[in-house]
Design a protein around this ligand. Structure first.
Ligand code: GLN
Length: 487
C-alpha cells in the first residue's frame, strides 16, 4: 500500500490494518509526518509538529498492538493549542502564552492516552478560541485545504484542516459558539460539540466557561463516536460534568432512521443563507425522509436572540477568564515601574485586537451601571432559548439546520468587520446558549468545490441521537470528499 493512501484512512480502517499487522504504527505516523511536511507549508494547520515524540509513541504502540486492543492505539491525532498536553506548548495562539508549556494533561487527553494513540502536534486557532476563521492568530491563518484562498473556519481551524488534509486521523478542538462545528463544515469533516457537562473542561483554557465544551473532529461519524466514547463522562476535576452513565455509542450506529422524529426550525432558514447551502440542506432533509424519518417544520421562537445573547454572555466570561493573564503568573511579562504598569505593558503587548475588543465589551456589559441592561437581559434571553429547545425535544428526536449560512469565505473577507464575522455564527451559538449537543456532518459540495455541513441537534445528553442520525445520513449519502492539495 502506498503512503498516500495511509493519509485517507478512517480510524476504523487504520485500526484494522494495524491490528492485522499490514502496517505498523510507525509507518502510519511517518506517513502523516511526511504529509505534514508536504502540505502544511500551504495549509498551516499546525503550530507545533511533535516529530520525534510521535515516532517514539508509535514505537511504544507497536509493542502493544494485538487484535483486541483499542482501535485508537497507534492512531495519529492532533490537539488544538488551547488544550493542555503535559510537556508540550500550549499557547492558545496568544503572544501572552508564547513560551508556556503545559504542566499536566487535560482530562480528555489523560483519558485518550489510556488507548495509546500518537499525539502528532498542536494546532492553530483564533487567539483564545475567539473567532470564526483562524485569522485572529498571531502565527498566521490556517487555510482551507479545499481552496487555499479561503479560511478553514474557526476557532478550531487548525484541527479541522489537519483532519481534512490527511495530516491526522482525528483531532480535538473546543466549541464555545461553534468553533468545532463551523470549521468542520468548512473543511468537509465531522465535528461534534457535546452537551454542556458531558465531557470535562479540565485542562482546557477557559474562554466562556458556561459555554465551552471539548469537541472531536474525524472523517466519519463512527470515528467521532469512537473517540468521544473514550473521553465522555463525569470528572471530579470539573464539577460541571454530570454523573450520567455514558451509553455504548457504537450500538446506535444504524443505516436507517426509521421512526425518528425530525424537526426543522424555520428560523434557521432566513435571509443571509447562501442559496447553494440552502439547496444542499434541503436535499439532506429529504434524505432523512427517504431513510424513514418523519420530518416536520417547527419553530424555535426565540432563536433570533441567540447571537445577541451569546455576544454579551461570552465576552463577560472572557473578560473574567482572561484577567488571569496579568504578566505575573503565566507567560509573557513586560515589567513596568509599578505592578499596574506591568499589567498594562504585558496585556497591551500580549493580547491581540479581538481579545482586547472582547475584554472591553465584557467589562462594560458586566460593570455595575450596565449589568442590568446587558448581562441580565442576555441571561433572560438564554432562559427563553433553552426553553425553546426543551419544548422542541418533547416532540422531536433531532433538529436539522445548516451548520453555517455560507461555505468557507475568502481570507480577509470578514476580518476587517467583526460584526459580519459574528453573523457567521448565527446557526451554531444557540446550542451553546442552551447547552444542547450538535454535530456537523458533510452534506454536499458547492459548484466551486467547497464543502457544506449539516448540523444535527439533539436533546441534552442524547449524543447517541447525533451518531444515529449522522451515521445513517453519511452512509446513504456516501459523499466522497478529497481536497486537491499538492501530492
Ligand atoms: N466564532 C465564535 C466566536 O467568535 C465561536 C468561538 C468558539 O466557539 N470558540 O466567539
Amino acid at each position: 500500500m502506498n503512503k498516500m493512501n495511509l493519509n485517507e484512512l478512517t480510524v476504523k480502517e487504520a485500526a484494522r490494518k494495524l491490528q492485522s499487522k499490514e502496517i505498523s504504527a510507525v509507518e502510519l505516523t511517518q506517513a502523516h509526518l511526511d504529509r505534514i511536511k508536504k502540505v502544511d507549508g500551504d495549509v498551516h494547520a499546525f503550530l507545533y509538529v511533535a516529530e520525534k515524540e510521535a515516532i517514539a509513541q508509535a514505537e511504544e504502540a507497536d509493542k502493544i498492538i494485538t487484535d483486541n486492543i483499542s482501535p485508537l492505539t497507534g492512531i495519529p491525532y492532533a490537539v488544538k493549542d488551547n488544550i493542555l498536553v503535559k510537556g508540550y506548548q500550549a499557547t492558545a495562539a496568544s503572544k501572552i502564552l508564547e513560551n508556556y508549556k503545559a504542566t499536566y494533561d487535560a482530562t480528555a487527553i489523560k483519558r485518550i492516552k489510556t488507548s495509546s494513540p500518537v499525539m502528532i502536534g498542536k494546532t492553530n486557532l483564533d487567539e483564545f478560541a475567539m473567532g470564526g476563521s483562524t485569522e485572529n492568530s498571531p502565527y498566521g491563518v490556517t487555510k482551507n485545504p479545499y481552496d487555499l484562498t479561503r479560511v478553514s473556519g474557526g476557532s478550531s481551524g487548525g484541527s479541522a484542516a489537519a483532519v481534512a488534509a490527511g495530516e491526522a486521523l482525528f483531532a480535538f478542538g473546543t466549541d464555545t459558539g461553534g468553533s468545532v462545528r463551523q470549521p468542520a463544515s468548512f473543511c468537509g469533516v465531522v465535528g461534534l460539540k457535546p452537551t454542556y457537562g458531558r465531557v470535562s473542561r479540565y485542562g482546557l483554557m477557559a474562554m466562556g466557561s458556561s459555554l465551552d465544551q471539548l469537541g472531536v473532529f474525524a472523517r466519519t461519524v463512527e470515528d467521532t463516536a469512537m473517540v468521544f466514547q473514550q473521553v465522555a463522562g463525569p470528572d471530579e476535576y470539573d464539577t460541571t460534568t454530570l454523573p450520567k452513565p455514558v451509553p455504548e455509542y457504537s450500538t446506535f450506529l444504524k443505516d436507517d432512521v426509521k421512526g425518528m422524529k425530525v424537526g426543522v426550525p424555520k428560523e434557521y432558514f432566513g435571509e443571509g443563507m447562501d442559496p447553494e447551502v440552502r439547496e444542499i440542506i434541503n436535499n439532506a432533509i429529504k434524505k432523512f425522509e427517504e431513510l424513514g424519518a418523519t420530518v416536520e417544520e417547527m419553530s424555535l421562537p426565540h432563536a433570533e436572540y441567540s447571537l445577541a445573547a451569546y455576544y454579551i454572555i461570552m465576552p463577560v466570561e472572557v473578560s473574567a477568564n482572561l484577567s488571569r493573564y496579568d504578566g505575573v503568573r503565566y507567560g509573557l511579562s513586560i515589567p513596568g515601574k509599578s505592578l499596574e504598569e506591568t499589567y498594562y505593558n504585558s496585556r497591551s503587548d500580549g493580547f491581540g485586537k479581538e481579545a482586547k475588543r472582547r475584554i472591553m465589551i465584557g467589562t462594560y456589559a458586566s460593570s455595575a451601571g450596565y449589568f442590568d441592561a446587558y448581562y441580565k437581559k442576555a441571561k433572560l434571553a438564554q432562559d427563553l432559548i433553552r426553553h425553546d429547545f426543551n419544548e422542541a425535544f418533547k416532540k422531536y428526536d433531532i433538529l436539522l439546520t445548516a451548520t453555517a449560512p455560507t461555505p468557507a469565505f475568502k481570507i480577509g473577507e470578514k476580518s476587517a468587520d467583526p460584526l459580519s464575522m459574528y453573523l457567521a455564527d448565527i446557526y451554531t451559538v444557540g446550542l451553546n446558549i442552551a447547552g444542547v449537543p450538535g454535530i456537523s456532518v458533510p452534506a454536499g459540495i458547492t459548484k466551486a468545490g467547497l464543502p457544506v455541513g449539516l448540523q444535527i441537534i439533539a436533546p441534552h445528553f442524547k449524543e447517541e441521537n447525533l451518531f444515529w442520525a449522522g451515521h445513517a445520513f453519511e452512509q446513504s449519502l456516501n459523499l466522497k470528499l478529497k481536497p486537491q492539495l499538492a501530492e
